[in-house]
Design a protein around this ligand. Structure first.
Ligand SMILES: C[S@@+](CC[C@H](N)C(=O)[O-])C[C@H]1O[C@@H](n2cnc3c(N)ncnc32)[C@H](O)[C@@H]1O
Length: 189
């Protein structure tokens, strides 16, 4: 069993707050990418609200679990792909809940540029980034940002929500952890 399998077993299935915040700001459903979708808690909500969704995760198990929930669905397509190989639809929303910090730092810039390019004007990004004071920042396969670096990623966006949270808490697997997280909803200019 991989670490992600244990995470998928333990994590909840309610849609993430940042996704709900972003969705409430749209007048009508459109096309979304759910990047690092996991077992699909956000994808399911997007489908429920009438969105067309491309759900992407590097773990085959994540997509299998998502499909076990949705079955074949005319508005859903899936990709088992790493961030570097993902084919993002040109669309209205890229949702990446608790996912982008797991991108390798050497490819983060390219991945981020593709995310930005894929979003139409007035479309949105929703998701999380991790700050440098996060306990996992010793991991060199993950990406962390200062507040200024995180804000700079959204140069061509209006920040609708940019919430920095730093706190002692625990992981989904109930291990104690110091979190340093930026919760973001942003509208592309
Ligand atoms: C913390 S989980 C978040 C899952 C879901 N979005 C949620 O909010 O619960 C991070 C997800 O990112 C995926 N992931 C990690 N590294 C990835 C990569 N390089 N490319 C694509 N997906 C990746 C993992 O497989 C995992 O499902």
């Amino acid at each position: 069993m991989t670490e992600w399998s244990r995470y998928y077993d333990a994590v909840g299935d309610d849609p993430r707050e940042t996704l709900l915040d972003a969705l409430d700001r749209f007048e009508a459903p459109g096309v979304a990418a759910d990047l690092g979708c996991g077992t699909g808690r956000d994808t399911v909500e997007l489908l429920r609200r009438g969105w067309q969704v491309v759900a992407i995760d590097s773990e085959e198990e994540a997509i299998r679990r998502l499909r076990a929930t949705t079955g074949e669905h005319e508005r859903l397509s899936t990709q088992v792909a790493g961030y570097e190989d993902a084919v993002l639809p040109e669309g209205d929303l890229v949702n990446a809940s608790w996912a982008l910090p797991f991108c390798r730092p050497d490819i983060f810039g390219v991945v981020w540029d593709r995310i930005v390019d894929s979003i139409h004007a007035s479309g949105r990004f929703s998701g999380q980034l991790f700050g440098y004071r996060d306990e996992w920042s010793v991991e060199d396969e993950m990406t962390f940002h200062t507040r200024a670096e995180a804000e700079a990623l959204f140069r061509v966006f209006e920040l609708e929500r940019f919430e920095e949270v730093e706190e002692d808490g625990e992981t989904v697997l109930k291990n104690p952890k110091h979190w340093h997280v930026f919760h973001v909803v942003a509208r592309k200019l």
